[in-house]
Write a protein that binds this ligand. Structure first.
Ligand SMILES: [Zn+2]
Length: 424
């Protein structure tokens, strides 16, 4: 049984902090479910005009089935997630765990690492069966899956090791600052986390990503010449273009930009190269370089850093706020539990911040499209590339605007094509 009494011996079930967190969790779940239902209600048999030349009725129906199956699956997985969290919370799980890690008497930091590691491990264990079902049942059924069981198991092990190697020092530092650095601990944390994440971002292309995929420098040939000619024409400092064996896990295709400074690179999936013409591929890369030229990457990094500053400042206010602990039936105030519970309180604010970030990102996508077309003059290949990508990945062509508002970092493909058509 949870401890239902606070220090003044008033009987209570929940305080105002607990109610805010509970309402956020339930509210988000309900909003997502409504958005999902609106999304499904828009599905129609008719193929949208611009796609009539590349979709046949059978394939289009299959893409809609894919959306239905994925939506239902997300209801089950997020429902189970939420239910388990609420059971753990109201059955006094946090307090049981806190008492247990305290019983080892290892000081605030080691105790805190244990508390956080056990919660993270529980979350990871719950998510594994859902990933297995997603990859080996859903993706398999729709012909996307290329992941073998061996690759999946290795991915889990590598992911765990990286989480430990990268996560433990970071959490250690945050706990240490809040334990010993006094009022400006939040400032030290902000600086430490910023430097650390810039470092990870810088080394990831060399140290982390190759653990999961093979990256090869794009070989000499027409494609390489076309890409480098284009980069030169817009004065983009391009060192290398890499090809990634995306086909190792999925037949879906993509291209992305990673690292910065000397480690900046553009990566194309092998699955993308095999399906697109040279002009289409240059269009896709021109779009990616457009994000760089328009300073989208730099601006979103600055925005992220500012957000983390605000978060750490708020954390410093709430980390020893007794009601935050009472909301989870814990009597002893501690830095580590404060960190976890603040994370749950912050989720409600993060939800709104995320909507703003998504809005900015969708706007940036239009700008990158425009940049690509103005500098390549490949209007038709750009549209062709967008269409092929959507068909190959079974993207939803007609998402509901409310669903887009909640979840989409890119505008729906039909709107991107419409915006491109409007360009003069
Ligand atoms: Zn983009």
């Amino acid at each position: 049984m949870p401890n239902l009494k606070n220090s003044k011996h008033e009987v209570y079930l929940m305080n105002v902090i607990g109610i805010i967190i509970l309402l956020t969790l339930l509210g988000e779940f309900i909003l997502n479910t409504i958005a999902d239902m609106l999304n499904l209600s828009r599905l129609q048999k008719q193929i949208p005009e611009p796609f009539k030349d590349i979709y046949d009725g059978e394939q289009y129906r299959k893409s809609q089935d894919y959306l239905r199956v994925n939506t239902r699956f997300s209801w089950i997985s997020s429902g189970v997630d939420l239910a388990l969290l609420l059971i753990f919370w109201f059955a006094g799980g946090f307090s049981l765990l806190d008492n247990w890690v305290r019983s080892f008497d290892q000081g605030p930091i080691f105790t805190g690492l244990m508390f956080i590691a056990i919660l993270a491990a529980l979350k990871a264990v719950i998510s594994i069966p859902f990933s297995v079902y997603d990859i080996f049942v859903i993706e398999q059924r729709f012909g996307f899956n290329k992941t073998t069981l061996g690759t999946f198991v290795m991915d889990q092990i590598k992911g765990l090791l990286i989480a430990i190697i990268m996560g433990v020092p970071l959490i250690y530092a945050i706990l240490w600052f809040f334990e010993y650095a006094g009022d400006i601990a939040w400032l030290y944390c902000w600086i430490a986390v910023t430097v650390y994440s810039l470092f990870i971002h810088y080394v990831a292309p060399n140290w982390i990503m190759p653990l999961f995929n093979k990256f090869e420098v794009l070989g000499d040939g027409l494609l390489k010449d076309a890409i480098f000619d284009y980069a030169e024409s817009i004065k983009f400092p391009l060192e290398n273009v890499y090809v990634m064996d995306g086909s190792r896990r999925s037949s879906k295709s993509n291209a992305f930009f990673t690292g910065f400074g000397k480690n900046r690179r553009i990566v194309l999936f092998d699955t993308l190269i095999s399906r697109h013409t040279i002009e289409e591929l240059v269009s896709v890369l021109a779009h990616e370089m457009g994000h760089y030229k328009k300073k989208h990457i730099f601006k979103s990094m600055i925005l992220g850093i500012l957000q983390s500053g605000i978060m750490f400042y708020l954390l410093s206010i709430f980390i020893s706020y007794e009601r935050l602990f009472n909301a989870f039936y814990i009597e002893n105030v501690s830095t580590y539990a404060g960190l976890v519970f603040f994370g749950m309180l912050y989720a409600s604010m993060a939800f709104f911040l995320n909507l703003i970030t998504l809005g900015i990102s969708r706007k940036n996508e239009y700008e990158a499209d425009q940049f690509a077309i103005k500098t390549t003059l490949f209007r038709d290949p750009m549209v062709a590339a967008l269409k092929k990508l959507s068909v190959n990945n079974f993207s939803n062509l007609v998402p509901h605007p409310f669903y887009v508002f909640l979840h989409y970092s890119h505008p729906p493909v039909l709107e991107r094509i419409k915006a491109i058509d409007k360009m003069t």
